[in-house]
Ligand binder design. Sequence first.
Ligand SMILES: [Zn+2]
Ligand SMILES: [Zn+2]
Length: 223
Amino acid sequence: MSHFQKITDRRSKEAMVRFLTDHFRYDTMRSWNASSSYAQCIKLHKLGLTPEQLMKAYDVIQTDIWDELDILIQDFVTEMGGAYTIGVNGRSGGYLVLLGSEWTSTGYKSYCRTCYQRNYQSCGHTDGDNACGMCRATGEKGRVNYATPPRQLSVSNSGIDEECDFENWSMEQLRARVNVVEAFDSACDDIRVAFLGMLDMDVVEETIMVPQKRFVLQTSHAL
Ligand SMILES: [Zn+2]
Ligand SMILES: [Zn+2]
């Protein structure tokens, strides 16, 4: 189901330039930096919902919908090899915005098999160099090197194609960019479809007990 994605003719320079130039855009951050990128509006009235779905949608967005929808953003990141991600911006998160990103190392080389404390030093170079600095575990219970060192996604808030100087781009460059933006639009469709699925679920009220610490004032000496 494609609400956002449009298929662009990759053989036509004109069609690709028009697609990129006419694509909806939004700020990459709270607007003080005035950078913008490719985006889609996901405000409820823009999702093509029936009046019944729209009423239900106002209830559904009271729940933590992004716990679930974030998985789809992670799928997009994987598809893009970490080079792009999707940010949620705007008051009350009404826009999905394409952002540049890259996988970077966390710097951690090993972790403790007992307490899972991570460590910037690798081990296994000399006997007994794998003691955990946190819980003091050693040997089999001590630190071990990561098979794959953990990475994190660094997200850039700079704008993408703000100058729109596509006339000087090669066909190859244009195709590569259209591929990314079309994949972004398709991911926005996936997010919309997942959200529509949530509209078939019931919103139930749950009372949760949270242990709380509170501070009270007391006179400092008994009267
Ligand atoms: Zn709107
Ligand atoms: Zn430890």
